[in-house]
Design a protein around this ligand. Sequence first.
Ligand SMILES: Nc1nc2c(ncn2[C@@H]2O[C@H](COP(=O)(O)OP(=O)(O)OP(=O)(O)O)[C@@H](O)[C@H]2O)c(=O)[nH]1
Ligand SMILES: [Mg+2]
Length: 460
Amino acid sequence: MKEDTIAAISTPMGEGGIGIIRISGEESFNIAKKLFYPKSKISFEEMKPRTMYLGNIYDDLEKYVVDEVLMVKFKAPNSYTAEDMVEIHSHGGFTAVRKILNLVLRNGARLAQPGEFTKRAFINGRIDLSQAEAVIDIIRAKTDKALKVAVDQLKGKISEKIKEIMDSLLSVIALVEANIDFPEEEIPEASPDIILKNISYNIERLNYLKEKAGAGKILREGISTVIVGKPNVGKSSLLNSLLMEKRAIVTEIPGTTRDVIEEYINVKGIPIKIIDTAGIRDTKDPVEKIGVERAMEKVEGAELVLFVVDASGELEEEDYKIMENIKEKRLLIIFNKIDLGQKIDEKKVKEHLPGKRVVKISALRDEGIELLREEIYELIVNEVGSLEEGIIITAQRHIEAINKAIESLKEAKITVENNLPMEISAIYIREAWEYLGEITGDSVKEDILDAIFENFCIGK
Ligand SMILES: Nc1nc2c(ncn2[C@@H]2O[C@H](COP(=O)(O)OP(=O)(O)OP(=O)(O)O)[C@@H](O)[C@H]2O)c(=O)[nH]1
Ligand SMILES: [Mg+2]
């Protein structure tokens, strides 16, 4: 089936040095030819692929030069989508790029859907599905480490591992089927022993990938971390210190922060989504009350809580109430305002929050912040394991597919152990193969595809 020709602006909206319009499909060259007039007066056909040419984009109806641009053509299959493609690099900004896109559309292209260029790269077999997904992870990576994991995925490292396992499963399926179809022939026997060995080995390999997935999810999505405490203890000051920026309003008036403030920080490669909240107390002020409710909601959903107390004062009723609410969470206790001397009873705090670590800081003077970052890192790495070596699965979709494949293989194992006919085992093994194929795109359904590419931006 022939695909139509699509076009979109691939750079972000707004002022910039350049803006890029991308065209992909059969008509790309024809459309570009009508609009682009090279300075060097050579014909469109004479232009070499993958080479930039300077020229003008000319509005053929209104008869005027829209912009001076650079144009490059890519001949199929050597392009991002594996189709004929053209990129027009115009001056950035709101008008020129849009105007050129409109010209391209008027001359026969249709506006691309989000992720459609990457989807075509997948459909045309240039990349597999996990590689296509990596593209969006690269765009969204919040730290260097997250970027590295996504680039590994783009290079196909995850698909490689998964395909190895799929091939190994396929070899057993083939063996079983050969034994069923040609029982008389001289082929290796599909003994229960061989099948069991294969299944167990592949379950082990999948479990290994799964174990590392916790770290992957964190690298991809970050850890949502809520700063809580009663009013005026220095929560917003702590947020500002961690961000190294005066992001939140700080005053000596209790109840300053009303709304929830969210920002990302990078703690040794781990993206931390840090959330400042309203100080928690009983209040009659209707606005502050909503703030307190929102703070409590954020604590519910948090993966890490930074509980801030004013170490220069005594524990108060509100502190006890908050501690009661958060004691089950992954948590660090922050003694703030340590520059004023420590008056708080450390033993009492630890009694109420057993097993949790205390970090002493002065948000005002930026003291102890580096130590706090270390503590955050240690806490996370201790629980999810190293983020360093090996292949890391990051996408929830992949984790689910691996889980389902493991379940199917376990079923297969049971059937072999109970001496059921080999055909039955083969059905389960094939099921596992198909689940894994959802990761690479070998056996993926249309609705899953749509859901994946919907996440992309237009022009990618
Ligand atoms: N001495 C000292 N003062 C601090 C420190 N951290 C914050 N403060 C002061 O404490 C006051 C309250 O700070 P905020 O950061 O606004 O406190 P908060 O917890 O966000 O307060 P609410 O938003 O009202 O809940 C301000 O006057 C800060 O300057 C610290 O480490 N030492
Ligand atoms: Mg505040």
